[in-house]
Design a protein around this ligand. Structure first.
Ligand code: MBD
Ligand code: FE
Length: 250
């Protein structure tokens, strides 16, 4: 990043913060309390969580508003690189007794003119049926419910997984405490995470949500976009869902 840009952004941040402190006449006691809370945010490792919950959506709105193609959504704090490459027919790595309803999810990857994009790299990760992510909760195997796939000759992939539960921000930590202070609930609607990467196109980082989820309207991280909501179809022993991803030219 150019030095001037760093300077201009950091100066803006400082100016607005200083102004706010004086405008709200923040008390010395409030200031001291904030310092302790901020320190706790760092010590508990929740800075990435707090940032993505409160600010990432605004970065995306600034970058992508009005552009054609599938809307990006939050990368969030829980992506882990080097996920296992899976072989078709795809099943996300899961425990033998993995809880939750079986979901067959199909993604159709296209360019903005509707042409299928073959051999796109598709990275997927999600919470389990308890709303927990592997690598961030105890007792879940490495790379559980995480994997890398490729689209077929029709620009499509289908993966067998389980329906994730809505995600709850840990309520005991500083981010959860902050949500209590501001009278906000700690939930994100259930979602699947995707990164779709194919040469010649803008890498798409997005999420897919499910119609009828109780937290769609009030997602604490404000990551929901209408075009990213899919309607699940229930069958006797499984559920199906699908969405079309349209990638912009690079
Ligand atoms: C999540 O699972 C998530 O996707 C985001 C953006 C923030 C917090 C938790
Ligand atoms: Fe998530």
């Amino acid at each position: 990043m150019a030095n001037e840009r760093v300077i201009s952004i950091f100066q803006g941040l400082l100016e607005k913060t200083k102004e706010l402190i004086e405008e709200k006449q923040i008390t010395h006691e409030e200031y001291r309390e904030f310092c302790l809370w901020f320190d706790e945010l760092g010590r508990t490792g929740e800075i990435p969580l707090f940032m993505d919950v409160f600010f990432e959506t605004h970065v995306l709105r600034g970058m992508y508003s009005g552009l054609p193609g599938t809307e990006p959504s939050l990368l969030g704090p829980y992506y882990i690189p080097n996920e296992p490459g899976l072989q078709a027919p795809y099943t996300l790595p899961q425990r033998q007794d993995e809880k939750g309803e079986v979901l067959f999810f199909t993604g159709n990857v296209k360019d903005i003119d509707g042409n299928p994009l073959q051999k796109a790299d598709v990275y997927m990760w999600q919470a389990d049926a308890d709303g927990e992510y592997s690598h961030f909760a105890d007792g879940i195997p490495e790379y559980n419910l995480r994997g890398k796939m490729k689209t077929d000759e029709d620009g499509r992939f289908t993966v067998k997984t389980v329906i994730p539960a809505p995600y709850q921000i840990p309520t005991g930590g500083p981010t959860g405490k902050f949500l209590t202070y501001i009278d906000s609930h700690p939930y994100r609607p259930a979602h699947l995470h995707f990164i779709i990467d194919v040469p010649g196109h803008d890498k798409l980082i997005t999420q897919v949500f499910f119609e009828g989820d109780p937290w769609l309207e009030t997602d604490v991280a404000d990551g929901v976009r209408d075009s990213l909501i899919t309607k699940l179809e229930k069958f006797d022993d499984h559920t199906k869902g699908s969405i079309t991803f349209e990638l912009r030219p690079a």
